[in-house]
Design a protein around this ligand. Structure first.
Ligand code: ZN
Ligand code: FE
Length: 260
């Protein structure tokens, strides 16, 4: 298996660096400078770039990197990505540093958003965050809810490599939704200690997200109640039809988060 480490970028982005010996692949290089510095310091050769979605903080470094290294660029076919050589729509298996990687379509944050999955690890861009999820810029609540369901179906010990350090902020909101959730209270203390020590809160474990992330808990009574309270404030009717209730609660929790 390849090794995974991170390259910090901008204010709170993580660019994931996958290495096998001196071979390297990066996920979502929004900025080239810190990637070049790290690859050169470690004597690595870049052979691939995995892109989850088109936002500049995820693809802004591509041109500079490919000017220096010849790398395959894997990216969503329906989005505009600099120099894409391997257009993907989800459902494909690709080979990365000798490993088979499954490509998942996880629309919601953007319409072509992809996640890259190997046994035990998922690179999910701006779909799932620590105690939160990405904003719905292009997709519907139903799409994002289904994308999160897809992630939640992975094994509990899967490590989730998301693209931003948002966990602390998200936990404040999660606690407003579920003040009595003991796992959530414990996580707040744990993440505060990690961040105070200058350490990342990612990768996340899926088990901990399932226990504390309100966006993966839209069927838990306390989260349903919170969603219904927000729905009442907006004056919109929640759709409580059995098979639409979860996505409807998700929609109200997500829109509440936007104004929190
Ligand atoms: Zn984004
Ligand atoms: Fe982003």
């Amino acid at each position: 298996m390849f090794e995974v480490s991170f390259i910090p970028a901008f204010k709170d982005n993580y660019i994931w660096l996958l290495t096998r010996g001196k071979r390297a692949v990066v996920v979502d290089p929004g900025d080239a400078a810190p990637v070049i510095a790290r690859l050169e310091a470690d004597g690595l050769t870049l052979e691939g770039i995995l892109i989850t979605h088109h936002h500049a903080d995820h693809q802004g470094g591509i041109a500079e990197l490919t000017a220096r290294w010849q790398a395959e660029i894997y990216a969503p076919v329906v989005e505009s990505i600099t120099g894409c050589t391997r257009p993907l729509s989800g459902g494909e298996l690709i080979e990365v540093l000798g490993e088979t990687v499954a490509v998942l379509a996880v629309p919601g944050h953007t319409r072509g958003h992809l996640a890259y999955s190997v046994p035990g690890a998922l690179f999910c861009g701006d779909t799932l965050f620590g105690a939160g999820c990405g904003r719905l810029f292009e997709g519907t609540p139903e799409q994002m809810s289904a994308s999160l369901d897809q992630i939640a179906a992975l094994p509990d010990d899967t490590l989730i490599y998301c693209a931003h350090e948002y966990t602390g902020m998200n936990l404040r909101f999660a606690l407003a939704i579920e003040p009595d959730n003991a796992a959530l209270q414990a996580r707040v203390a744990k993440v505060a200690a990690l961040r105070a020590a200058g350490r990342p809160s990612v990768p996340l474990t899926l088990a901990e997200e399932k226990a504390t992330n309100p966006f993966l808990r839209c069927e838990v009574p306390a989260v349903v109640d919170a969603g219904l309270r927000h729905a009442a404030q907006t004056g919109e009717d929640p759709d409580l039809t059995v098979n639409r209730k979860k996505a409807s609660i998700f929609k109200f929790i997500r829109s509440w988060r936007n104004t929190f």
